[in-house]
Structures are given as C-alpha cells and as structure tokens.
Design a protein around this ligand. Sequence first.
Ligand code: 9PG
Length: 488
Amino acid sequence: MTHSLSFETLLLSVEADAIETLPDGYILHGKEVQLHHPFGATRFYRHGWQSWSPALWVDLREPPVPPLPVERRPQIDDPALLARPQHTGSGVGALESSDGRVLLLGALHEDALVTADARTLTGHTRLEQGRWFVAYGEEGQVFAAYAAQLSGAFQARVTRPAPRVWCSWYGLYTRITQDILYAVLDDLAGLPFEVFQVDDGWQQDMGDWEANAKFPAGMEALARHIRAAGLTPGLWLAPFIVRPSARLFRAHPDWLLRDADGDPVPAGHNWGGPYYALDSTHPAVQAWVAERIQQALDWGFSYLKLDFLYATALPGVRYVPMPREAAYRAALRRIREVMGPESYLLACGAPILATLGLAEGMRVGPDVAPYWDNEERSLYLHDTSGPGALNALRTSLHRLWLQPLIHTDPDVVYFRSRYNLLSPEELDYLQVLAHIAGFKATSDLPQWLSAEERAQLARFLEARPTVLRRGRYLYELDGRLVDFSRLL
Ligand code: 9PG
C-alpha cells in the first residue's frame, strides 16, 4: 500500500502495510518496505553486519565492490548482504540529501537488510513481519532518534561507565603463558585499570575450552591471582566455533551448523585452517555452551569477551528452523541468563542489532594493529574488515551512534613506541577515539613503555574529557578540536 510521509522539507511516498506517526519520525510495518526518495545517486550509510564488517558512507554512483574472494571469507560480512547486487547494509541504512540532511530507514528487530539505489531505499526482513523506523533531518538527531527507538525495542541502555581494560591480545597475541601474565600483573600495579582480560591462547582448542599446558596451575588459579592484584578477571572465549582439530568436533559432528548438502558451514579461516559453527538451536549445544559460560564464571572470571559470535548466525539448515539472527539472539539470551546481571559481557565479531540489550559492551570495529593499513588486503582485495588502525578507526567512528545502547569498544590504543609502526599522530587519533567512544583499553606490556609513555597511559586512563560532536567527523574534547575527516 502506498502512503505518504511528510517531513519539514520533504514529502516521501512509501510502500508499507501500515504506518504510525511519531513526533520525530514514522514507524512502517511490512516484510518489505520501500521509500521512494528524490536524492538520486547520493551517499549511502552502509552498515556492516557484525563488529568487524565495514560501516561507512559510500557513493551510490559507484557500484558496490565485493571483497575478493568473497566465498572464502564468511567472517567479513553477512553473506546475504554481500550477495546483493545493490548497495546494502545490515539493519539500518541512510541517504544524504543535497542540503546535508539525512533520511534513515532502520529495523527495530534483527534479521533485516536495507538496500539503496538512486530512487529507492528498501527494507527487507527474514522475520514474518517487519517494524521499521524512518526519520529525516540533521544526521545526529536522526541517528539519535533511531537509537531511542532501538532502546525501547531491545531494552538496551547504558547505565554506567565502561571499565578500563588491560587485554592480552595486542601485546602478546596467542603467546600468553601463566608466568608472563603474572609478571604483567605485577608491572601493572599503580595503573588505574579495572579489568585484566586474558585473550586467545589459554585454551586447548576452539571447542576445547580447558586450560592448555601453558597454564599449569589452571584457570581458577589465574583468576584468583588477578583478583588478588585488585582487578576483575576477564576471559576470552569463542563459544560458537570449533576447529576440526578439537575433540569436540569429533565427538559431536551432529552439533555443527550444516548447509543444504549436509556439509559443515565454514565460518571463516584463521589459526592456519578453517573453522566451523555450532548450531545454537540444538538443545545439546545450548546446554554445552551454558556449561562453558558457567565454568568460566566458576573459575572466577566475571568479564567475558565472547568472540566470533556471528558464526552461529550464518546461513544454514538448523535443528530448529528459524531466522538465523533470531536463533543467535535466543542463544545469547541463554548465555546472558547464565551470566546474570553482575558479570560483564563484551560481544565481539557480533551481529550488531541482534546483540543489543543482551551485552554490556560490543566491539564496533575490526581489530587494530600496530600499523596503519594493510593495502594488499584493503585496496587490492577490497577487504577493509582486516586488522589495522585505519580500518578499526573508520568503522568504529561510524558506529558511535550506538552509544546510548551499549558500550562501544573501538579496540585497544597503544602507548608503546616499541614494536609499533604507528606514528605519534596516529597513536593520538586512536586515543582520542577511545575517549569519544568511552571505552578505554590497551595491550601494551608495561615493561615495553618508557617512563614518559607509562605516564601518558596513566593520564589517558584517568582523563574524562567532555566530548562534543561538532560534525560527522569533527569532535571537540575539552576545547580541543579533532578532525578525523582527513584520514577517511
Ligand atoms: C583472538 C582475536 C582477538 C581480537 C578479536 C578476534 O579471521 N578473522 O577474520 C579474524 C578477525 C578478527 C580476529 C581474529 C580473526 O580477532 O577481534 O580482539 O580477541 O580474535 O583470536
């Protein structure tokens, strides 16, 4: 049915089953809704599916450039999004008018895509029925109005500041050991962190979530040691993925998410080989995941970085047929119940909308790295979801509108000049972004820092600058203007 929406400077004809009028926009109902816009081939806010998937403004005059080779990299973005010939975003999309105003179409549920061309902005959902928010006006206001709608729809809101985190990944990667971490804990004394988060490298395998030989005293002893140092123990786990080398893979082939041919669905390629997804609609998988979470809590970890979450929301044939992000959300809800209200859940590699209301924090960009960009990958393979400061910065900046809903983690910042190719200016951009995003973390080993760098880290952790958004890429922190547009 055709309806017309009226905004201050715009009359819009839309196709939807029904509409509701709100003070700051409209609600559209429909499995598919279509906005006929007058802006032509303008710029489109393309919102990637999960934490690492690119979010940025693109030009509709240029065709979308799929990453190469797309079928080998299911960890880049929603395969259904990449398969569309038009410009497509996940959950939400927006267009720029010639006077700089923004027209936004955003789903108020998971399992949605938004496509754009020179004449239409279209919402599609895998659910039986869709509920969409439409607004037109100043960019910041329009995204804030959408966030307010999402807050109601997902019961998502931020109530306290994010903790300050030391994370092992970007200093040590998988080369963590009990002795190294104990030494880092000693060296961190006096720095104002709240969380000491042990990342990838402690477990036996993806799927075998027990301490490996590098942690001979076990995970409970490690958590006790962290707590004795006055910090909250944090642990990384990827509960929905499994490598073929894991005992779990051989023990429970029936737990894997499979395609229509019965083959396990590849969830990505990392750690030197493919990894696969668990079918989280399988009751035995749900019980097993709940046990893994309970075990981490019992060990004494009350901050969990749950990673590669998108894997269980990939296309596949499920034990209980249901829309795939709804399946993910149901599985995450079960995890949330096990964690209770007191533990902190940082979702990573997570489908963005489907995670809201169930986690305290979410990584909103790909991994940083101690270098600016990997051009071989970003330019020649058209893949800006890979590690690098520029990719992390770009996508995180374009997700800051989520701030009222969840802690937005832009990934760690660096203070070390050792083992680092980033210039002082590039380090500063990352630090400023962390202040804006309100989530501060680092992986620098204190022993790598000069006295001056350690003092800078301490000042960074203590500072709480007043942040004002002055433009799409322009921010003011305690009177200092920082312009990110130059970088992007
Ligand atoms: C541990 C890391 C860190 C990091 C996470 C995640 O293959 N991939 O596309 C891929 C993407 C991200 C990634 C690893 C692999 O990093 O974001 O903070 O926890 O896992 O392995």
